[in-house]
Design a protein. Structure first.
Length: 376
């Protein structure tokens, strides 16, 4: 957010502990013991079958009493209220999120409501949601509603890479799309307040850079390993970049245009567009921001090459909206420039019209790159 109050403190915040490895769920009792003995386990029915049963077994063996809260699918206020009631009536003493970004966002908000600590166990490396002290909430129809902020980050983030590797590779690629925005956004907002309402520290800038370095070095290799369900050093590194580095990097570094434009795209009422994942839409938002930043063609193409190599969309047609009208894009630009949006962290002249032109320019650059690659 723009630093109108002239805050001079730097702030960095993070989970207390991050654990990642191929046997993390099997060893979960050891890591979660400091949080309590009676968790509310929030997971949807599919994830419960894939990983929830083995987690429950591991915890029960460790003497935990697990209460199940079935996640309905949308990170909405209604869902948070419903799960809070279950938690309250069962007398749980901490909350576990097991699943994707929307599950962790819902569980973080539920734990905040119950004034309990939360452990986040992501089953995909598809978003930067697990580590942060905020949730992105949606209306029950999937349209972006608001950011919700909490007093504390999750106490523990535990990532079992033997579970992550069984998720479709598209999830890892989407996480790469989300993580690729981290450095592009953070480096553009060094003088604005981050999500901790302080200035970014040196380490948050370094985290954004490291995150990007890993993605360029290993992104494609990791997605290919994921296709073969192979847990390799490249795969582990990209899971860490998508989950830990991207999470710390965006929260303590700051967001800018890429995520604001993403938020705005969620409001287009188009079934095809809604099929795309958070990081896939963020990837296109990143191209828009690079255009706004006046990136050189060589720099733009460096990002687009990586995005393309892992199957991320770089044009509006690839985002499922080949016939989107200028009128619709103007309303996206208008929403991206809403007063509370992260786009205002950029310290430069901005308007709906400038953002509309950046979106058009991003699509043109993406199409040009596609035809260049096709002509090779
Ligand atoms: Zn994101």
């Amino acid at each position: 957010m723009p630093n109108v109050q002239r805050v001079t403190e730097k702030v960095f915040q993070s989970p207390s502990k991050y654990i990642q490895g191929p046997a993390a769920i099997k060893n979960a009792a050891k890591y979660l013991a400091p949080l309590g003995k009676a968790p509310l386990l929030i997971a949807d029915t599919i994830v419960y079958e894939i990983a929830g049963k083995s987690l429950t077994a591991a915890l029960e063996q460790g003497g935990f009493k697990v209460t199940r809260g079935v996640f309905g699918g949308e990170a909405s206020n209604q869902e948070i209220q419903r799960l809070s009631v279950i938690g309250q009536s069962s007398g749980v003493d901490f909350v576990i999120a097991l699943g994707g970004g929307k599950t962790s966002d819902t569980a973080k908000a539920t734990a905040d409501q119950l004034k309990l600590e939360v452990a986040v166990l992501p089953t995909t490396a598809s978003t930067d949601a697990p580590c942060s002290a905020l949730s992105v909430l949606y209306h029950p129809n999937g349209e972006f509603a608001q950011y919700s902020f909490f007093m504390k980050n999750p106490s523990i983030v535990l990532v079992d890479t033997s579970v992550i590797v069984r998720a479709p590779p598209r999830f890892l690629a989407s996480g790469i799309g989300d993580a690729l925005a981290t450095n592009v956004e953070a480096r553009a907002v060094r003088n604005s307040l981050n999500f901790g309402k302080g200035l970014p520290t040196e380490v948050s800038a370094a985290i954004g850079q490291k995150c990007e370095e890993i993605l360029f070095k290993y992104g494609r290799q990791a997605v290919e390993a994921n296709k073969a369900q192979a847990i390799t050093p490249a795969f582990e590194a990209v899971v860490e970049a998508n989950t830990l580095l991207s999470g710390l990097g965006f929260e303590s570094g700051g967001l800018a245009a890429a995520h604001a434009i993403y938020d705005a795209f969620t409001a287009i009422d188009d079934h095809n567009l809604h099929q795309f994942m958070h990081g896939e839409k963020v990837a296109f938002g990143t191209i828009c921001q690079l255009i706004l930043d006046g990136a050189s063609t060589a720099e733009l193409e460096r990002y687009m090459e990586l995005m393309r190599s892992v199957g991320l969309p770089i044009t509006l047609a690839q985002l499922g909206i080949p016939n989107v009208t200028d009128e619709q894009l103007r309303s996206v630009a208008r929403l991206a420039c809403a007063p509370e949006e992260t786009i205002w962290n950029l310290d430069r002249v901005l308007s709906d019209d400038i953002v509309f032109n950046a979106i058009k320019g991003a699509d043109a650059a993406g199409r040009d790159y596609e035809s260049k690659v096709a002509g090779r």
